[in-house]
Design a protein around this ligand. Structure first.
Ligand SMILES: NC(=O)C1=CN([C@@H]2O[C@H](COP(=O)(O)OP(=O)(O)OC[C@H]3O[C@@H](n4cnc5c(N)ncnc54)[C@H](O)[C@@H]3O)[C@@H](O)[C@H]2O)C=CC1
Ligand SMILES: N[C@@H](CC=O)C(=O)O
Length: 327
C-alpha cells in the first residue's frame, strides 16, 4: 500500500455545495490521494448551526462553529460560506497563515478580488476559484494559463443557469417567469436570494471575474452594465421565436481596440436575441456555455453543467481539481 503525505483540508460551510464537497472528500479520499499524490484529510467543517438539517449525512465530530481555530494548521482552506463577511475575513486569515484557499464565492471575488489576490501574493499562497464561474466548466484556468500568451478579444456566454432555465421554460413550455423560477428554486438552481439570478447580479459578478482575467486588468463590478430578465415577457419570447431568435441572458466582455492609446474594456449583462442557428441557442435548461474569441487561437467554446442538483457534482469537480493542483 502506498503511503501518502497528508494534506490537511478545512471546509468552511456545509450548504448545497459544501456538504457535497465533504461527502466526496470522505467517500473518494483514496482515489483523490492517488491522483493528487497526497492524502486529503478533511480535518473539520465550520458551520453556523451545528444542528441544521443537511443534504448529506456527515460525521458529527467533524463539525465546529469555531472557523478561526479550524483554519489554524490547515494546508488548504475551502470557503463555501458565500457572501462578503465573514468569508472575506476568514479567507484573509487562512492566506495569512500560509494556507492555500479554494473558493466558489463569486460575490466576494467580484467585490474584493484585488485585496484577496494581493494577500495571497504577499505570502506566496494560492487562491483558486474555478467553481466561481460557470459551474463545472473549466474556464478560469484556460483564461489564466492556457491563453495567457494570446490576446483575447471577446468573452461571451450564458453564465447563469437559473435564468437560462427560466427563459428556456418560457420558450419551450410557455411557462410564466414566476412559475419557472419556482421550479428553478425547488431544483436548487437559484441562489438563496433569487434576485441575484433574475436581476443579473450573479451574471454580472461572473462577468467581472471573466473580464478581469481575459483582459489582464481589474474590472470593477460597478462598471458592468447589468439588466436581468424580470422585464422579459411571454409575448416577447414568442415574438422572438417567430422571428427566428431565442431570448438568452448573456454576459459579454469585450476589448475595445485602440491603436493610439491602450485598449479599453466593456462588460455587460442583458437579455439578447440569439439566432436559432447559433450554438448558444442550443444551450438548454441550467446549462452554461462560454465563447472565447482570441487573436491566435480563434474561436473557442466551453460548455457544460452550470447550476442545480447536477451542479453539485460538477461544482465538486471544479473545486476538487484545485486541491489536486494545490498539493
Ligand atoms: N449553490 C450553487 O449552485 C453555487 C454556489 N456557489 C458559491 O458557493 C458558495 C456556497 O454556496 P451554497 O452552498 O449554495 O450556499 P448555502 O447557503 O447552501 O451554504 C452556506 C453554508 O455556509 C454556512 N455558514 C454561513 N455563515 C457561516 C459562518 N459564519 N461560519 C461558518 N459557516 C457559515 C451555512 O450554515 C451553510 O452551511 C457561495 O459563495 C456561492 O456563491 C458557486 C457556484 C454554484
Ligand atoms: N445561481 C447560480 C448558481 C451557480 O453559479 C446559477 O444559476 O448559475
Amino acid at each position: 500500500m502506498i503511503e501518502y503525505r497528508n494534506v490537511k483540508v478545512a471546509l468552511l460551510g456545509a450548504g448545497s455545495v459544501g456538504s457535497q464537497v465533504a461527502r466526496l472528500l470522505l467517500e473518494q479520499g483514496e482515489e483523490l490521494a492517488g491522483r493528487a499524490g497526497a492524502g486529503l484529510e478533511l480535518t473539520g467543517i465550520a458551520v453556523r448551526d451545528l444542528d441544521a438539517q443537511r443534504d448529506v449525512e456527515l460525521p458529527r465530530d467533524l463539525f465546529t462553529t469555531d472557523a478561526e481555530s479550524l483554519i489554524l494548521g490547515s494546508d488548504i482552506v475551502v470557503e463555501l460560506i458565500g457572501g462578503i463577511e465573514p468569508a472575506r475575513t476568514l479567507i484573509l486569515q487562512a492566506l495569512g497563515s500560509g494556507a492555500d484557499v479554494i473558493t466558489g464565492n463569486k460575490a466576494l471575488l467580484a467585490s474584493h478580488g484585488p485585496e484577496l489576490f494581493e494577500a495571497a501574493e504577499q505570502v506566496g499562497a494560492q487562491l483558486y476559484y474555478e467553481a466561481a464561474v460557470a459551474g463545472a466548466i473549466p474556464i478560469i484556468r484556460p483564461l489564466r494559463e492556457s491563453l495567457a500568451g494570446d490576446r483575447i478579444l471577446r468573452v461571451m456566454g450564458i453564465v447563469n443557469g437559473t435564468t437560462n432555465f427560466i427563459l428556456d421554460r418560457m420558450d419551450t413550455l410557455g411557462e410564466s417567469l414566476e412559475d419557472a423560477l419556482e421550479q428553478a428554486t425547488a431544483l436548487g438552481y437559484a441562489e438563496a436570494d433569487p434576485t441575484a439570478d433574475i436581476e443579473g447580479y450573479d451574471a454580472a459578478q461572473k462577468a467581472t471575474i471573466l473580464a478581469s482575467l481575459a483582459f489582464h486588468t481589474s474590472v470593477p463590478l460597478v462598471a458592468v452594465h447589468r439588466e436581468g430578465i424580470t422585464g422579459v415577457t411571454h409575448e416577447q419570447v414568442v415574438a422572438a421565436r417567430k422571428a427566428g431568435y431565442v431570448v438568452k441572458l448573456l454576459a459579454i466582455c469585450e476589448r475595445l481596440l485602440d491603436e493610439e492609446v491602450s485598449d479599453g474594456v466593456a462588460a455587460r449583462v442583458h437579455p439578447a436575441l440569439v439566432p436559432l442557428g447559433h450554438p448558444l441557442a442550443a444551450v438548454h435548461g441550467a446549462k452554461n456555455a462560454v465563447f472565447v474569441e482570441a487573436e491566435a487561437a480563434g474561436d473557442l467554446m466551453f460548455y457544460g453543467a452550470g447550476a442545480g442538483e447536477s451542479r453539485r457534482r460538477p461544482r465538486f469537480s471544479a473545486i476538487s481539481c484545485r486541491p489536486l493542483a494545490a498539493t
